[in-house]
Design a protein around this ligand. Sequence first.
Ligand code: ATP
Length: 303
Amino acid sequence: MTTDTSTTDTPGGTPSRETVLDARGVTMRFGGLTAVRGVDLTVNSGEIVGLIGPNGAGKTTFFNCLTGLYVPTEGEVRYRGRVLPPTSFKVTAAGIARTFQNIRLFSNMTVLENVLVGRHTRTKEGFWSAVLRGPGFHRAEAASRERAGELLAFVGLAHKADHLARNLPYGEQRKLEIARALASEPGLLLLDEPTAGMNPQETRATEELVFAIRDQGIAVLVIEHDMRFIFNLCDRVAVLVQGEKLIEGDSATVQGDERVIAAYLGEPFENAPGAEELAEVEAAEAHAGATPTDPAATKENDR
Ligand SMILES: Nc1ncnc2c1ncn2[C@@H]1O[C@H](COP(=O)(O)OP(=O)(O)OP(=O)(O)O)[C@@H](O)[C@H]1O
């Protein structure tokens, strides 16, 4: 294991940002198909970084290479200076948590229980302690429940703690996935299309939630097709096209890049991924400007 701290002090004594994630030359091949080719990407502490690109560009495959689901065919991924361990459980224990494009909750468990499952990498109590249910087990369980409750409050689901996960509206299931990921106390959170299927109000709330997560000291890497969400949220955005990184920069640079417009954003914007959501947001904003928010209408939009 390397002992690179990746943190430097400025002459004034203020610590500069630490490199949390450092992916270099990541390539992933499936037989003859190269889904990701030679991708470099860093995420620093305090940053929200976006990963965008057309369908099939390799975004999720790249995420899978960062979370131990895939071992890259070539290249290396380091988390806080250390090469990633080879399994997803160990990657989570090291400090990288993720959510999935297709929600993966335990639908017949309660909201609270789902978050408790997310704490398993942080629970020190072993198998026999759980079986014998001694004082150590009860203390650990009480602490886990307290933390899970805090996380549910943080994402706005405390009042649903005892509900079955499958009974939550779609947007709340996505929030629960985030709470469960946070339960492993990560230093880096990977979000794979966190606003997919959300209505405009839920998308805005998710934006605020991601800022709040960043403010808690957790670096965030997010895949999303909703361009407004990405460009509002991210300090830096990287664009993948056909498995390769086309460009990386701040929102203005990426939005203005002619290659990105040609390859992804498109001209006109109507057929680009995310265009439907953008139209919805704009329609909702126009409506909100004209009339006060109607809670019944908001509820109806829940899926
Ligand atoms: N396990 C796999 N085996 C074979 N091919 C795969 C596998 N996973 C992904 N691919 C292929 O790799 C390419 C990249 O897919 P990936 O899902 O990473 O793209 P994406 O950018 O996340 O797309 P989307 O935006 O639609 O989710 C696609 O051609 C896909 O079919």
